[in-house]
Ligand binder design. Structure first.
Ligand code: ATP
Length: 289
């Protein structure tokens, strides 16, 4: 085998709490992460030249060493002294800088794919250990499913899988940098925090209606203040029948969770005719274990 294609799935956050700023500048978080079906395709091929090449069908994604997929390949090349090169082609479907962990998903796909192509025989835990030095969300993207994430996001605990829940994603055409959001977050002034343990219980029970009501993302305290459009989308999704709607990660993507495909499809069609944002119909994804 000298080539492979890996699906790099996006994530949404079903809750996101920031507990404290650490000495090293990172933040301790407590959040519920959920894989969704929306994915990039990452094609990997072995080459004889000992170099890493990255290409992407979206020209605004970097293809040099700034691409996190490149970084993932470089880490494995150096760690295992690999003597072949790798060609990485990314077909990008996940909106970029959107709070959906698109870059981390690509990096996770490279680690998984190179593990196969180079017969490295690394287990999932080992891949996750390597991944956490590449990005805080990379371990989750390796594992996928429904997880409680703690630490800087790399300490993962399984929750009952939330399968095939219908989701509408709405990404306003604005750019929000994750660094800016965390810099402007005033942790002491957060009034509304998620009751994460209760939300985990609701997921275990499959109670989507109450999950929708109880979801909280404390990073909205920063983004909503500056970008009213995030609130506008949240309210629209609720009016269109979502059980709940919330910003994912540091935004700006907002998602709504729906009772079934029909209600999700209808909401998607209604909200999709506004050129201030892009919409995607998707669903939660959990691999059979
Ligand atoms: P984060 O919360 O980590 O910023 P995100 O999901 O909001 O993640 P990404 O789509 O990962 O955002 O992109 C963040 C930045 O990383 C972008 O500005 C982009 O230029 C850069 N980047 C590097 N590699 C990739 C990649 N493979 N796919 C997308 N963006 C990438």
């Amino acid at each position: 085998m000298d080539s492979i294609c890996i699906k790099a799935r996006a994530k949404i956050n079903l809750s996101l709490d920031v507990l404290r700023k650490r000495e090293d500048g990172y933040h301790d978080v407590r959040m519920i992460m959920q894989s969704i079906s929306l994915h990039d395709n990452v094609f990997l091929s072995l080459t004889d030249e000992n170099v890493i090449r990255v290409s992407c069908d979206k020209m605004w994604v970097p293809t040099n060493s700034d691409n996190i997929a490149y970084k993932a390949a470089k880490v494995l090349m150096d760690k295992f002294n690999l003597h072949k090169g790798i060609d990485i082609k990314i077909v990008k479907n996940i909106p970029v800088a959107a709070g959906l962990a698109g870059g981390s998903a690509d990096a996770a796909a490279v680690l998984k794919g190179m593990n196969e192509l180079f017969f490295l025989n690394l287990g999932q835990e080992e891949l996750m250990q390597i991944g956490k030095n590449i990005g805080a969300d990379v371990p989750f993207c390796i594992k996928g499913g429904t997880m409680l994430a703690e630490g800087i996001g790399e300490i993962l605990t399984d929750i009952a899988p939330l399968k095939n829940v219908d989701i509408v994603l709405v990404k306003p055409k604005i750019s929000v940098s994750t660094a800016w959001v965390y810099k402007n977050l005033n942790i002491d002034k957060i009034v509304l925090r998620p009751d994460t343990d209760y939300i985990v219980d609701l997921i275990e029970k499959g109670d989507l209606q109450n999950l929708g009501r109880k979801m909280v993302n404390v990073l909205e305290t920063v983004t909503v203040k500056k970008y009213e459009i995030i609130n506008e989308i949240k309210e629209k999704l609720i009016k269109l029948g979502a059980f709940g709607s919330m910003m994912s990660g540091s935004g700006p993507t907002v998602f709504g969770i729906f009772e079934n495909k029909l209600t999700a499809q209808k909401a998607y069609e209604e909200i999709n005719n506004d050129n201030r944002w892009d919409c995607i119909l998707t669903e939660t994804f959990c691999e059979e274990r």
